[in-house]
Write a protein of this length. Structure first.
Length: 421
């Protein structure tokens, strides 16, 4: 029996099982590595604008505290549950370990639809969630960050609620906050920038000239928009497909990304209404031919059904958990056709620059954007090299290699410390 139910945690468990087999981890050590140390569920009652009261459910899962604080985003989404949050906390642990950050993984969530809340209601949900979490978090215990449905403003409300309780400003309690409150330059763009850096490394490995490559990006939020814009402007790729939860567009000649950006900017970030002629079924979009496919939205979009049909040269996983284990087995057989940059490597730019933000807050000494980006690319380069070398040496997929490195580091830390953390 476990509280971590549902398809997303089942996926994290299956992936971990495969890695544990690969690393020959004894059976009695596995549960301790996989199951989170703590999970907290809270009720969040809010006065709605119409005078009624609604109670939302909020979660925080802290996977392990072996190396220091836990670290991870908070997701505001209608269907989020403890199983999904638990899985995301597990992935965060492998991701932080792979990048060499002194963190365990965590994740949080509130089951609500932020698009349907007014700004005042969103603020009330954010503040009450942090208020309920105060006994369980702290700059050296658990540091939150944005994820789907949350942003810099939500982080500012979290930071303010925590700081009012402590009695002075504590910017290091969250990352991804506005620069004016101790956020770091380059954090908002970090995940997308990291995705693009790694795509360029993969193109280089495949000896493909980046200029004129074609790309499809699913999701136009923080990760998807920055990735698409940087692929177009920096890499010289043609964005042939783009989608969000409201619309999907495809044109093999290339989409006008500047016009899309202006449209999203004027329409609360959504793509609906940009074009009628170029609309395509969202399911079909990710099966269109392209050099670079970037899922940057939700989990399990590449599955047993479509993994055999995707026609990209590089699958760059901007989202967490976009590929199911069944799809993974299919992609493993297609290793010569599709190079996978697995999520825990591909989107790690976000947590890496979050770590830089936390370090700057603790030191009260702030860096220039060039320094942030320089250090980001250095860590990504190290992780990319380790993963691809290990994959080649052991004839395993990039995902297996990345997870093996992450799991090994956590395992070693736990072995050295003992049963507590
Ligand atoms: P966001 O809320 O800013 O954007 C999410 C986007 O996905 C929106 O454009 C939304 O419309 C779209 N979307 C939702 N459901 C969709 C669907 N079914 N099909 C197509 N598009 C859909 O979120 P984000 O921060 O960009 O996060 C996206 C993914 O990246 C998540 O998996 C998140 O965990 C992961 N991630 C984010 C960061 C970060 O720094 N923000 C870091 C690492 C990983």
């Amino acid at each position: 029996m476990t509280i971590y139910t549902g398809p997303v945690f089942a996926m994290a468990r299956e992936q971990f099982g495969a890695i544990a087999d690969h690393l020959d981890i004894p059976l009695d050590e596995r549960d301790r590595l996989l199951y989170p140390k703590r999970a907290i569920t809270v009720s969040i009652p809010i006065h709605m604008d119409d005078g009624s009261t609604t109670v939302f459910e909020g979660y925080r899962v802290q996977h392990h505290l072996t190396f220091g604080a836990t670290k991870g985003g908070v997701r505001f989404a209608p269907n989020v549950d403890i199983g999904e949050v638990g899985a995301l906390s597990v992935w965060m642990s492998w991701k932080c370990a792979l990048a060499g950050l002194p963190y365990g993984g965590a994740k949080g969530g509130v089951a609500c639809d932020p698009q349907k809340l007014s700004i005042r209601e969103l603020e009330a949900v954010s503040r009450r969630y942090m208020q309920e979490m105060i006994p369980f978090v702290g700059p050296h215990t658990d540091v939150m960050a944005p994820d789907m449905g949350t942003n810099e403003q939500v982080m500012a409300w979290f930071m303010d609620t925590y700081s009012m309780h402590i009695g002075h400003a504590v910017p290091e309690i969250v990352t991804g906050k506005p620069v004016a409150l101790g956020g770091t330059v380059g954090r908002r763009e970090a995940t997308g920038r990291g995705v693009v850096y790694l795509v360029e490394r993969a193109l280089n490995q495949l000896k493909i000239n980046p200029v004129g490559t074609t790309a499809i990006v699913q999701g136009y939020g923080n990760v998807g928009s920055v990735t698409a814009i940087n692929l177009a402007r920096r890499t010289g790729s043609r964005i042939v497909g783009i989608s969000d939860h409201t619309a999907a567009y495809y044109d093999p000649r290339g989409l006008d990304i500047d016009s899309i950006e202006r449209h999203a900017g004027a329409n609360r970030g959504v793509l609906a209404g940009w074009s009628e002629q170029l609309a395509i079924d969202p399911g079909e979009l990710i099966e269109q031919p392209c050099d670079i496919l970037v899922p940057a939205a939700v989990e399990r979009v590449i599955n047993g059904e479509n993994a055999g049909r995707i026609k990209c040269r590089i699958l760059a996983e901007g989202a967490n958990g976009p590929t199911t284990p069944e799809a993974d087995r299919i992609l493993d057989r297609r290793r010569d056709e599709v190079l996978v940059i697995p999520d825990i490597l591909c989107n790690s730019g976000g947590v890496i620059v979050s770590y830089f933000e936390w370090v700057q807050d603790l030191q009260q000494l702030f860096w220039a954007e060039t320094e942030v980006n320089d250090k980001l690319y250095r860590l990504l380069e190290m992780a990319f090299t380790q993963v691809t070398k290990r994959a080649a040496a052991e004839n395993i997929s990039n995902r297996t290699a990345a997870m093996a490195i992450g799991v090994e580091k956590v395992r070693e830390g736990k072995r050295l410390r003992g049963l507590f953390p």
